[in-house]
Write a protein that binds this ligand. Structure first.
Ligand code: NAP
Ligand code: F7E
Length: 350
C-alpha cells in the first residue's frame, strides 16, 4: 500500500506536536511547516529526532500562511494525501492587539491553502482539515454548543476562524474538496503555551510553592471553559479525514468549569489551601496556611468582551467517528503539574 503523506501547517504548536507523533506512529511520512523565527522554535518536536523509529519519516520545511507562494510550492512539491491546517495566531486576547494580522493568518491563510489545492488540481487527491474553534460560538446563549449552534464570535480571533470555517465549507461544496472543519473546544497539555490560562496557573503556582514567585495575576475568574486533552483532540482530527464523506464536527468533553474552579483544583494538587475574598477586580486568593495573598486580579488580563460560557455537545463525533474523550480535566491537571515539576527538579537537582 502507498505510504500516506501528511502536511501539517503549525507543526511547532501544541497540536502540531501531538498530531505529528500520532501520524508517525501510524506510519505516515510527515512534512511539517515551520515559520522563520529569530530563535529556534522547534522545542515541542525536538524529541522526534531522538526517536530512531520516528525521525526518518519526519521532514521540516519553511513556509508561512501569509505567503501564498510558499504554500503553493510546498503542496506542489510534497503532494500530500492529507493537509492539516493548525497554523494560527491562536491567542484570543492578542487578537485584539493584532486584529489584521490575526485575520490574515487565520482567515486568509486558510483560503490560501484551499486556493492552492484548487489551482494545483488536487481537489480529488488531498483531504483537508481546518482547525476551527469553540470561540466561533462566542457569546451564544445556548447551554450546549453543537454543529447546529449559530456562530456569534466575540474577538478578531473568533471572527477570523468563522471566515475560515465558512470558506472551507464553500470550497467543499464548490469544488468537491474533501475538507473538514473541526470545532474544537479548549484543549491543553504539558506543552500548552505559557500564556494560556491553564498553563499560566500551573506554572505560577509551582513557582510560588518553590519560592520563586510571589503572586499569580489573573483576569476574569468566572468565564467557563470545556477543557480536554490535546492527545484526545488530535486523534479526532485524524478520524475526520478517515471517513467516507467530509463533514464538520464539534469535539468537546461536555463538562465545563470556571477559571476559579481550575485554580482551586490545581492549587489543591500542588498543596495549597486557598480562601477567596473580595469581588470583581479586588477578588483575592489567600494561602490559608500563612495568610499571604497568592492570587490577585489585574485589569490588563480582562478582555474587551468576554466569552462567558462554553460547553460542547460532541454527540455527532461519538456517533459517526466513534470518538469520545479519554482524559478527564483532573488527569490533565495532574499530568501538567507532574511535567512542570519534573522540569523544575531537573533544573534544580537536590
Ligand atoms: P499554538 O500552540 O498556538 O500553535 C500555532 C501554530 O501556528 C504554531 O506552530 C505557530 O508557529 C504557527 N503559526 C502561527 N502563525 C503562523 C504563520 N503566519 N504561518 C505559519 N505558521 C504559523 O496553537 P494550538 O493550541 O496547537 O492550536 C492549533 C490550532 O487549533 C490553531 O489553529 C488554533 O487556533 C486551533 N484551536 C486550538 C484550540 C486549543 O484549545 N488549543 C482549540 C480550538 C482551536 P510558532 O511556533 O512559530 O509560533
Ligand atoms: O483563556 C480567562 C480568559 O487564553 C481562557 C485558545 O486555544 O481556546 C483558547 O482560547 C479563559 C478566558 O483560552 C486569564 O478571559 C482569566 O475566559 O486560556 P485562554 P481561550 O481564550 O479560551 C480556544 C478554544 C481557542 O481556539 C484558542 O486558540 O481564561 N482568563 N485570566 C485568562 N486567560 C489568560 N490567557 N490569561 C489570564 O491571565
Amino acid at each position: 500500500m502507498k505510504k500516506k503523506v501528511a502536511l501539517i501547517f503549525g507543526v511547532t504548536g501544541q497540536d502540531g506536536a501531538y498530531l505529528s507523533k500520532l501520524l508517525l506512529r501510524k506510519k505516515y511520512k510527515v512534512y511539517g511547516v515551520k515559520r522563520r523565527s529569530s530563535i529556534i522554535n522547534t522545542l515541542r518536536i525536538d524529541d522526534i529526532y531522538k526517536d530512531i523509529n520516528l525521525k526518518s519519516n519526519f521532514v521540516l520545511r519553511y513556509g508561512d500562511l501569509t505567503d501564498s507562494s510558499s504554500i503553493l510550492n510546498l503542496i506542489k512539491d510534497i503532494r500530500p494525501s492529507e493537509i492539516y491546517n493548525l497554523a494560527a495566531q491562536s491567542h484570543v486576547s492578542v487578537s485584539f492587539e493584532v486584529p489584521e494580522y490575526s485575520a490574515d493568518v487565520n482567515g486568509l491563510g486558510t483560503l490560501r491553502i484551499l486556493e492552492a489545492i484548487k489551482n494545483l488540481k488536487m481537489e480529488k487527491k488531498v483531504k483537508f482539515y481546518q482547525a476551527g474553534t469553540s470561540e466561533m460560538f462566542g457569546r451564544t446563549k445556548e447551554k450546549f454548543q453543537s454543529e447546529k449552534t449559530s456562530f456569534y464570535p466575540a474577538s478578531p480571533y473568533g471572527a477570523s476562524k468563522s471566515f475560515a470555517h465558512s470558506i472551507t465549507i464553500n470550497y467543499r461544496e464548490a469544488y468537491g474538496i474533501f475538507a473538514c472543519n473541526g470545532i474544537l473546544f479548549n484543549h491543553e497539555s504539558p506543552v500548552r503555551g505559557e500564556t494560556f490560562v491553564t498553563q499560566k496557573i500551573i506554572q505560577a503556582l509551582i513557582r510560588i510553592k518553590k519560592g520563586e514567585q510571589k503572586k499569580l495575576y489573573l483576569g476574569n475568574l468566572y468565564s467557563k471553559r470545556d477543557w480536554g486533552h490535546a492527545a484526545d483532540y488530535v486523534y479526532a482530527m485524524w478520524k475526520m479525514l478517515q471517513q467516507k464523506k467530509p463533514d464538520d464536527y464539534v469535539i468537546a468533553t461536555g463538562k465545563n468549569f470556571t477559571i476559579k474552579e481550575f485554580v482551586n483544583k490545581a492549587a489543591k494538587k500542588i498543596g495549597f489551601k486557598i480562601k477567596w475574598s473580595g469581588k470583581g477586580i479586588s477578588e483575592k486568593g489567600v494561602n490559608i496556611e500563612n495568610g499571604k495573598v497568592l492570587i490577585e486580579c489585574k485589569k490588563r488580563y480582562f478582555r474587551p468582551v468576554e466569552v462567558d460560557h462554553l460547553k460542547g455537545n460532541a454527540r455527532k463525533a461519538k456517533r459517526i467517528l466513534n470518538w469520545s474523550p479519554k482524559i478527564s480535566v483532573d488527569d490533565l491537571i495532574e499530568e501538567m503539574i507532574d511535567h512542570e515539576l519534573k522540569i523544575y527538579n531537573d533544573k534544580y537537582p537536590k
